[in-house]
Ligand binder design. Structure first.
Ligand SMILES: [Zn+2]
Ligand SMILES: [Zn+2]
Length: 431
């Protein structure tokens, strides 16, 4: 006889009817759901087991196979990549939160202390605001307790609401939903008479129509502190929806970095990366360049050694401020692009030939002379059909880089420097 643990998970006998299996799952799922049992791994495991069992035993075909082969016949032991939440949602027609409210415990108590619905808000924040810190004003619509009826929902506040007769105060009702010929699914939905409150009001308040709360736009100040980063959350207690008899819900603001085209800096953890252009003159003979920081301070970037395209330099303590320690800053990475002149007069060519070191002898070794053709980028060069023999010269094909500084305009140089960006700057740091 094969072992059949799934029946045990649902606490039913092997001869249980489909109806008994459904009832058993409903009872266990509501009792064991993780949202009703926070920090209870045992309940979570049992919830998963009951859901896995229901998934198999509620399907006549799967159940027949299981009856024949038992636990051995289950792939992954039946519990592999099993999604207990989706079984629950299919059964009840919604997630635990949808059915019982975000605050949890809306059904039959339990869980943590009950409070109003929390509101999550994704707030776009610029790099500058995260550098300097800023109080952002947020206009949000949330539910507040109706001031006209003082949250009773009734025209006459002295008349107490009565328990809803339809749901008997539970706030939820069972509905039969036909899912196939002769097949019904039992669904738990919010009571239509009382809207889930479990109370009925005879003479409803004209302002809130008995709902006890009204929507109100509110201006909320969200403090962005220096050093905050994308994905960080700011928790504003009581900033969510108000509900009668319980503390208001919270506002959870999630930071998302908003791109600012005028900001030349890119954030890498606690560091800042900036790209600076140098002329050939500056790259060879030194430079002094003003750089406006995100807090509008100007610092002068001075170089005196020879800078090659793509070189990265660092400045200590000029990166992003650290969260809660704004005076401790990360590093500033500076990546230099060298802008070559587009053309040279013959006088300048002659002058350069005199000052620059002579070409190495391999340039004069006397092979067949070919002239490499210029392409904007490597992808274009590769796309070229094979018949264009002119381009596949020895020098071009032997090198993976098609960059030809003599033909490069500043725009091209810029684009090329962006390609370099993909490499990890930390490996290339030069102090
Ligand atoms: Zn009701
Ligand atoms: Zn009212």
């Amino acid at each position: 006889m094969p072992t059949k643990k799934l029946y045990g998970f649902l606490e039913v006998s092997e001869t249980a009817s489909q109806d008994e299996i459904r009832k058993a799952y409903r009872r266990l799922a509501l009792k064991l759901h993780p949202d009703k049992n926070p920090d209870n791994p045992e309940a979570a495991e049992k919830f998963k087991e009951a859901s896995a069992a229901y998934e198999v035993l509620s399907d006549p075909n799967k159940r027949a196979r299981y009856d024949q082969f038992g636990d051995e016949g289950l792939a992954d032991g039946g519990m592999g990549n099993f999604d207990a939440a989706s079984v629950f949602e299919q059964f009840f027609g919604g997630g635990f939160h949808d059915l019982f409210g975000f605050g949890g415990g809306g059904f039959g108590g339990g869980g943590g202390p009950r409070k109003g619905k929390s509101i999550k808000y994704v707030l776009g924040v610029t790099l500058q605001d995260m550098y300097t810190g800023k109080v952002k004003k947020l206009k949000l619509t949330h539910n507040v307790i109706c001031t006209v009826c003082k949250g009773t929902g009734s025209k006459n506040p002295d008349v107490k609401a009565t328990t809803c007769s339809k749901c008997k105060g539970q706030g939820v009702q069972m509905m039969m939903n036909q899912i196939g010929r002769g097949m019904y699914q039992q669904m738990m939905t919010t009571c239509t008479d009382c809207g889930g409150s479990g109370k009925c009001i005879m003479d409803k308040c004209d302002t809130c129509h008995g709902l006890q709360t009204v929507e109100e736009a509110k201006l909320i100040e969200v403090p962005i502190e220096p050093g905050m980063e994308e994905g960080q959350t700011i928790f504003i207690q009581g900033g969510g929806d108000e509900e009668v008899g319980v503390p208001p819900g919270d506002l959870v603001v999630v930071i998302k970095e908003k791109k600012d085209p005028s900001m030349p800096f890119e954030r890498i953890e606690n560091n800042l990366l900036v790209e600076l252009d140098l002329t050939l003159h500056e790259a060879l003979l030194g430079s002094n360049q003003a750089l406006k920081m995100p807090d509008d301070r100007i610092i002068n970037i001075k170089t005196s050694s020879i800078i090659k395209p793509g070189d990265i330099f660092t400045v200590e303590n000029e990166g992003m401020p650290s969260y809660k320690q704004p005076n401790v800053k990360g590093q500033l990475y500076i990546r230099f692009s060298v802008i070559f002149p587009d053309e040279l007069s013959s006088d300048k060519r002659r002058a350069l030939a005199e000052v620059l070191p002579p070409p190495p002898p391999h340039n004069l070794s006397g092979g067949k002379e070919v002239k490499p053709k210029y392409f904007k980028n490597e992808a274009d060069a590769r796309r070229k059909p094979k018949d264009d023999h002119q381009t596949t010269s020895a020098s071009a094909s032997s090198s993976s880089s098609f960059h030809n500084p003599e033909h490069e305009s500043p725009e091209r140089a810029k684009k090329r420097s962006m390609v370099v960006k993909r490499s990890e700057p930390k490996e290339k740091l030069v102090n």
